[in-house]
Design a protein around this ligand. Sequence first.
Ligand code: PA5
Length: 408
Amino acid sequence: MIKFDLKNLHKIPSAQKPLIKKFLKKIAEKKQGFSEILNDKKTLYQINSFAKKIEGKFSYIVVLGIGGSALGTICLQQSLKHLFGNELKNLKTPKLYVIDNIDPILIKELEDIIDYKKTLFIVISKSGETIETLSQYSHFRKNCENKKLDIKKHFVFVTDAKNGELRKIADKEKITSFRIPGNVSGRFSVLTAVGLLPARLIGIKIEKLLAGAKKMRKKFLSDSIKENQPFVLASIQFLLKKTMTVLMPYSQKLIKFTDWHRQLLAESIGKKFNNNGKIVNTGITPINALGVTDQHSQLQLYNEGPNDKLIIFIEIEKHEKNIFGKLLKIEKNATEQSLAKNNRPNITISINSLTEETLGELLMLFMCETAFLGEFFEINAFDQPGVELSKKLIDRNFAKQNTLSTKI
Ligand code: PA5
């Protein structure tokens, strides 16, 4: 269960209850799928059947994807698996690597450690057109072909149900594929096959993840201000009018959660136009930080620099009862008190322990909060024209020659 501690806000902005209903109606009108995907039993069944079918066949899983097609998986792996999992001697599941860049050194050094014969490549792209992902796919596919490996055995796709180059290839060559519903954009897709498939293959209990997310969805749909935590969080963030949000978990395992959240907040709220087409240039700059590490790096700025930030701590209540567990708690309390003394608004979101269920709740909390933030700012939180513009400006001739796509 998620709890909020708002004592360090000084002045708690009054969230207007009537707005909840109004905003929920507007969000529903946008027909986004991020909350209904939790009921997608067909995909769940497909993922579980596939996992059983390939059990014991691969030692490595390589996810090729970027942005919303990678960050959720990275977060799930780091939050729920052993921090040094890929190094464990008695690891019972395949090692997972998410390749969310095209840096040649990254690709080369990955190739130094994988054995192609024992590798499953999961190519993930909502649009099925992203050049970074298509070029990675093209590269690894050619290498597999050169090694005379069966492409249908070594590749699966997670992509849009109908559109895009990957969908075309999957249909034409009968490559196993999982669908991303058309109304779920990248940064809202962690609880579709995008995150669930790789998570399941490394032993994460995805049913529990979904169960946690459903709990939060119930709160999101409630018009009670006491219940609706996503609304409370969004109203604090909006009404405080701070231009930056620092997300600072006191948990090493949640540092990749902050990377996932950074994309969610940046791409959803950073918008040029409002719903009426007026130029507004809205945005909240997301900053990620880690307790206690960043007490010795960024805290000076948060305490004495510009008072332009809301600091959100995430705390896990149940810690090891050893010196480190105790010290972590003491240091978190000292940090929040120092900020409060300097009039720096900060809140704490706490969970009892980090499990599939509580992580599902946390992911859903921030996705639902983002939907509400979109309504507060009167912008479309679900599109990303700025990302798409940069995609369009990439040299098309180069792209055509270096990916398997004919459409780019
Ligand atoms: O949130 C988004 O829509 C983007 O950041 C995408 O996730 C990113 O550009 C990758 O796109 P795709 O999944 O279509 O390859």
